[in-house]
Design a protein. Sequence first.
Length: 139
Amino acid sequence: MYLLKTLHSFDSAHFLAGYDGKCKNIHGHRWTVEVEVQSETLIEEGQRKGMVVDFSDLKKDLKVLLDGFDHALIIERGTMRKETLSCLLEDDFYVIEVDFRPTAENFSAYFFKELEKKGYNVRRVVVYETPNNSAIFEK
Ligand SMILES: Nc1nc2c(c(=O)[nH]1)N=C([C@H](O)[C@H](O)COP(=O)(O)OP(=O)(O)OP(=O)(O)O)CN2
Ligand SMILES: [Zn+2]
């Protein structure tokens, strides 16, 4: 089995609603996302001969996906008072609402599925919330 690995990072703020501790407050991370794709075989012809996928394509797709979250405030839908959210949006802050609690675990599953939608045979996605703490979603 061939495995290819690449990583990319983004900076964003989040908070864990209902968390009993400091993570209930809005705070930021430099999230680093490591992606592994797999294949039993290599491409046999053309520019990508001898490759699982072209690193350039994988890097570009991962960057597009992650850059969408860069410098955003990521909020689990329904966990911020409507008025507060409206004020942030009116003042032109970049806010993204997601349908999951924004933990490293949920992000790893989310990025895994998004990359699968783009056609990659994804083996594993690791999301580092800090250099020491990471969550993994794998097949
Ligand atoms: N299993 C998980 N546990 C926690 C997650 C998570 O995504 N998955 N997330 C958090 C918070 O987001 C928090 O920011 C992490 O804080 P902490 O563990 O305290 O990490 P630090 O490195 O910032 O800790 P210091 O002790 O301040 O260095 C919590 N748990
Ligand atoms: Zn956090």
